[in-house]
Design a protein around this ligand. Structure first.
Ligand code: FNR
Length: 387
């Protein structure tokens, strides 16, 4: 199944795009994107946390000229939102990383490429030379390979490095185990039948067999054996000394992703990070860790303006972005919102997700009485319990 631009335009919200993605993808693939760890308490909490806050409008403000433009980490962005790094995007939609990066560049938003991408660092850079490209790095046991990835990202002019620190190993993702979407793959009769019932995805996937673009050294063997090898490369012994080592090697802006404790945020800033990403990996790592928005105010207090803060997790509405900014974030990031758009409609689907955020933010800012992002303050939000 492929959706026309008109069908994509009928999607009024990010959750509409999710439903379109659900119809196109096999269940195991959809669940891999959609799911979280264990009871998915943190996954649900990420979205629910936004319901704990009201937006309090100020009236009689001239909002006839509005702008969503914003600067973060030294570059202009059309809006204060970016595409979080997500592994395997090219598996959900052929050439997925390039399509998402192109959509981001056309929309004037930063795109962050995952270490675990299907397209390589260089392929994305060649296809999208002008976009604001960031590269996400995991700690790898093979430090030479890790340094090599850093060099490759710098040589290919990625502007920002995003170092993810919340994955010493993978969280307990039970949907994937039930669906046999594990390493090695354990397809069930149901999942094979389900894939056959999704010819749009299947034919697209068959046109280019998946690979791990940044791990050419592991390119022999089946995709699952390579995936197993790549998973075994993550280094659970990594610590702050390793963060300091990366800081020395990367000359551009550095973001530390996966921070939930104010002391860790402060440590990241002491070591010279220009930003922290307040994130629980979209509820995919430690279940029962705090929803990202809940962790934000304390972290903003600890950082006290010394670095920028990107809020990542559960952002589905323009109003979510405004609430995060009011609570101290410089900008937001989202993984699933854009992956659902990508899965449903490729580049046009990602652009539809961006447009939904743009319209919702523009509308909410007018109604909130704030014609620009800089005008959003802590005074625009109240905790529900205080009403
Ligand atoms: C992710 N995320 C992620 N993070 C990262 O640093 N490197 C990665 O390779 C991936 N891969 C990945 C795959 C998929 C399918 C998802 C859904 C997520 C986490 C991602 O960057 C981000 O933190 C979350 O997606 C944010 O939550 P929302 O916006 O999806 O609710």
């Amino acid at each position: 199944m492929e959706y026309s631009e008109r069908q994509l335009e009928r999607a009024q919200s990010i959750s509409d795009l999710r439903l379109l993605a659900r119809r196109r993808l096999p269940k195991a693939v959809f669940d891999f994107i959609d799911g979280g760890a264990a009871d998915e308490r943190t996954l649900r909490g990420n979205e629910a946390a936004f319901d704990d806050w009201f937006l309090v409008p100020r009236v009689a403000v001239n909002v006839s000229n509005r702008s969503l433009e914003h600067r973060f980490l030294g570059a202009a962005s059309a809006m204060p939102i970016m595409l979080s790094p997500t592994g395997l995007a090219g598996f959900f939609r052929r050439n997925g990383e390039v399509l998402a990066a192109q959509a981001a560049a056309r929309s004037g938003l930063p795109f962050c490429l995952s270490t675990n991408s299907i397209a390589s660092i260089e392929e994305v850079a060649r296809a999208v030379p002008d976009g604001d490209r960031w590269f996400q790095l995991y700690f790898l046991r093979d430090r030479e390979w890790m340094d090599g990835l850093l060099r490759r990202a710098a040589d290919a002019h990625y502007r920002v490095l995003c170092l993810t620190v919340d994955l010493p190993l993978t969280g307990k993702r039970e949907r994937d185990v039930r669906n046999g979407f594990t390493l090695p793959l354990r397809p069930t009769l149901t999942s094979v039948f389900d894939m056959a019932c999704r010819p749009g995805w299947l034919l697209d996937a068959m046109k280019s067999p998946p690979k791990f673009g940044n791990f050419e050294m592991a390119s022999s063997g089946s995709f699952t054996s390579v995936a197993q090898h790549v998973a075994s490369l993550f280094d659970p012994s990594a610590n702050w000394d390793d963060v300091a080592r990366i800081r020395e090697r990367w000359k551009g802006p550095l973001v530390i992703k996966g921070i939930l404790h104010p002391a860790d945020a402060a440590k990241a800033v002491e070591l010279g990070a220009e930003a922290v990403m307040v994130s629980n990996h979209g509820g995919r790592q430690l279940d029962h860790s705090p929803p990202a928005l809940t962790a934000l105010p304390e972290i903003a207090q600890a950082i006290a303006g010394r670095a920028e803060i990107i809020l990542d997790g559960g952002v589905r509405r323009g109003t979510d972005v405004l609430k995060a900014i009011a609570l101290g974030a410089t900008a937001c990031a989202s993984g699933r919102s854009f992956l659902w758009g990508l899965s449903a409609g490729g580049e046009a689907g990602v652009r539809r997700a961006v447009e939904i955020f743009r319209q919702e933010m523009d509308n909410a800012m007018a109604l909130l009485g704030t014609p620009n992002i800089a005008g959003i303050t802590r005074d625009h939000v109240r905790r529900c319990s205080s009403f």
